[in-house]
Design a protein around this ligand. Structure first.
Ligand SMILES: *Cc1c(COP(=O)(O)O)cnc(C)c1O
Length: 358
């Protein structure tokens, strides 16, 4: 991906808006953050949006606001970025890993149900790689916090990811579908009390900087990031559409003859274009030789990470997660990718696959 190419057409507007923030002399929790919170809430169809410093803090703070702490369990996937489970552990709670559905790479609802106990305080699904998970299939009676870091603009029916559970978290790290020029994060919720609690916690547990009502965090979205995010937000829909078009083009070009393509879904926003293959090494060697970029995400799933070894998960305990960790491969896809670039990827992989057949 090339993030510079993505914002190049907006560079002048971006510079103007940054200059305005410099002129204002106001950098923390000012009018830009307030306006971005309102605009992103409107875009998502969420009642409340609260800007925070990054997507990891967003999860930690929501869990805190929901009262998750030591002795509690939170169910999440193991096939995701580390921050998902780290945030649970950061609260002193126990991440309980459920396996994934191989067709979607998202949480397997039946395995989630099997892992609910009286200690389960929340379920933390991830809309992985931009594919929305239908939160309605998860067991009832436990609050769902969506980790929507990879899915700004994704939708399930007529609702956006970020409005499907009790609360949701977003990251604006510079590779995400909506991104800032540094770190940034957002929490959305329809619950006004929860939103107020999150606003309190992001600023040291204080409303007025005089009285401190809770042990909180210093976790704020800043004015410069909010100004940049306000420039990008009106374009996220067209960027996501371009990602969807590019994903469709890979299918059209016959990539499905070489590897298993991600099942299409109208609300999928392809944060990453992730295929499956039992021959990952052969294909990545061919891509390397052709100078084509690729990536593998989560080659060591979270239940097998050293930092979480004390949780006691053995290899083989989450078979679909471990298989996905071995077989998935992210291929080049960003809003500005050209047909020619995609043709080169497909030709390269087709040749590598034919070589083996011969
Ligand atoms: C990026 C990401 C995060 C963390 O976001 P940061 O802003 O980098 O803290 C959390 N969960 C998932 C699934 C992510 O992809």
């Amino acid at each position: 991906m090339d993030v510079r190419a993505q914002y190049a057409p907006l560079l002048e507007e971006l510079k103007d808006r940054i200059a305005e923030v410099l002129d204002s002399g106001r950098f923390i929790l000012g009018p830009e953050v307030k306006a971005f919170e309102e605009e992103s809430a409107r875009f998502l169809g969420a009642a409340h949006a609260v800007g925070v410093a990054n997507g990891t803090d967003a999860i930690v703070i929501v869990l805190d606001a929901l009262g998750v702490g030591p002795g509690d369990e939170v169910i999440c996937p193991s096939f995701t970025f580390y921050a998902t489970a780290e945030s649970i552990a950061r609260r002193g709670a126990r991440p309980v890993f459920a396996d994934i559905d191989p067709a979607t790479l998202n949480l397997d609802a039946a395995d989630v149900s099997a892992k609910v106990t009286e200690r389960t305080k929340a379920i933390l699904p991830v809309h992985l790689f931009g594919r929305p998970l239908d939160v309605a299939v998860l067991p009832e009676g436990v609050p769902v916090v969506e980790d929507a870091a990879q899915s700004f603009g994704a939708s399930m029916g007529d609702r956006r990811a970020g409005t499907l559970g009790a609360a949701a978290t977003f990251s604006f790290y510079p590779t995400k579908n909506l991104f800032g020029l540094g770190d940034g994060g957002l929490v959305t919720t329809s619950d006004v009390d929860l939103a107020d609690r999150i606003r309190l916690l992001r600023f040291h547990g204080s409303q007025d900087k005089q009285t401190f009502e809770a042990v909180g965090y210093n976790s704020r979205l800043d004015e410069l990031q909010a100004a940049a995010l306000r420039v990008f937000l009106p374009h996220v829909e067209e960027w996501n559409e371009a990602r969807r078009t590019a994903a469709g083009r890979y299918a059209e070009l016959g990539l499905g003859q070489v590897c298993e393509l991600p099942a299409d879904e109208p609300g999928h926003v392809y944060h990453l274009y992730v295929v499956r293959t039992a021959e990952r090494e052969r294909l990545t060697a061919a891509l390397d030789q052709a100078g084509i970029g690729w990536a593998t995400h989560y080659t060591v799933p979270l239940h097998l990470q050293p930092a979480l070894a004390a949780l006691g998960y053995a290899p083989g305990s989450l078979p679909e997660t471990e298989r996905a960790a071995r077989e998935t491969l992210a291929l080049p896809l960003w809003p500005g990718i050209s047909r020619g670039e995609q043709e080169r990827v497909v030709e390269c992989l087709r040749a590598a696959s034919a070589e083996k057949a011969a």
